[in-house]
Design a binder for this molecule. Structure first.
Ligand code: RP5
Length: 165
């Protein structure tokens, strides 16, 4: 398979989710993981969602990151139609601040898992990192890069301590 074949697919229920989901993509960019990104709505384009989920594995995708807000069915419905790992990102909603998104995604019935992150930007960042972490089980470069990333976080804490004067 070509080196730049996407390994991760990032999907979101609406273009309005991009402000959140771009944080997942930024992580994938940082770790130089090839990915695709696309709006796929569980409610507005259910057939597209089914096609996407059914064909993801044969296209070479290893991990799916799905973000949605409100009645956030996308991650669960994608997970129902693929055996690839699905990471769900609850996007903060206007009406209920993302509680609706979180509960819609996290409360999957036994048998169809969705690895659910925190609501909002940090959840999207962690979704990107978790995808890298999954890929790192068979990719030494990514395992090393994740270790370096953690070292960087540690260094930032140490530096912040030095500023407490
Ligand atoms: C969901 O509805 C999307 O994931 C989005 O978070 C929310 C609102 O969508 P728009 O009305 O902004 O397109 O399906």
């Amino acid at each position: 398979m070509a080196e730049n074949t996407p390994l991760v697919a990032v999907v979101m229920g609406s273009a309005s989710d991009w402000e959140t989901m771009k944080h997942a993509c930024e992580m994938l960019d940082q770790f130089e993981v090839p990915y695709s990104k696309q709006v796929v709505s569980a409610h507005r384009t259910p057939e597209l969602m089914a096609d996407f989920a059914h064909s993801a594995r044969e296209k070479g995708i290893h991990v799916i990151i799905a973000g949605a807000g409100g009645a956030a069915h996308l991650p669960g419905m994608v997970a129902a139609q693929t055996t690839l790992p699905v990471i769900g990102v609850p996007v903060r909603s206007h009406a209920l601040s993302g509680w609706d998104s979180l509960l819609s995604i996290v409360q999957m019935p036994g048998g169809i898992p969705v690895a659910t992150t925190a609501v909002g930007n940090s959840g999207a960042t962690n979704a990107g990192l978790l995808a890298v972490s999954i890929l790192s089980t068979t990719d030494e470069r990514l395992a090393k890069a994740l270790q370096e990333y953690r070292e960087g976080l540690k260094k930032k804490v140490e530096e912040s301590n030095a500023q407490l004067v």
